[in-house]
Design a protein around this ligand. Sequence first.
Ligand code: RP5
Length: 179
Amino acid sequence: MTYSKKPLVGIIMGSSSDSRIMKGAAEILDDFKVKHEDQIISAHRTPARLAEYAQHAEKMGFDIIIAGAGGAAHLPGMIASHTVIPVIGVPILVYNDKHHKKTDTEKFSAFGGLDSLLSITEMPSGSPVVAVGVNKAGNAGIYAMKILANKFPELKKKLKQHKSNQHESVVKESEMMKK
Ligand code: RP5
């Protein structure tokens, strides 16, 4: 069962290099059978596309936007400034092997993701964005389900099941340690 024919959540990211991380949010939504629409939009490289997207998101009737970006991560904040749809920001620490063929250990950010975390959370008063931890896109997905659970009681049940699964797996791990 899906909850709507149309996507309920918009997932956006600043670059295709963010998709490795942002797929964590998409996977949670897929698990919960909530439709989403995914797009790449750069706050700095495609500012006009960003403004158009905010109008598109309103027209589509999204309940939530999940926006991930690394470095000077202005994407979640700029989207929030264009719309009243709640925005969950995912600060991203990318390993920049896309353009520069660098090794996996060479990070795009010199600041370990703190730069993107602060760029997302330090919004001016009156224009908030909530943020999950660096690269924790899955948590953005779960948080989005919590918001949507106010509208769809079935999702609340699934979230409770998810919590109880977590409980079971920790207890199981603990039992394994005793052996
Ligand atoms: C940010 O710069 C993107 O969100 C990405 O995290 C980072 C690197 O982008 P690319 O150089 O891989 O396109 O704008």
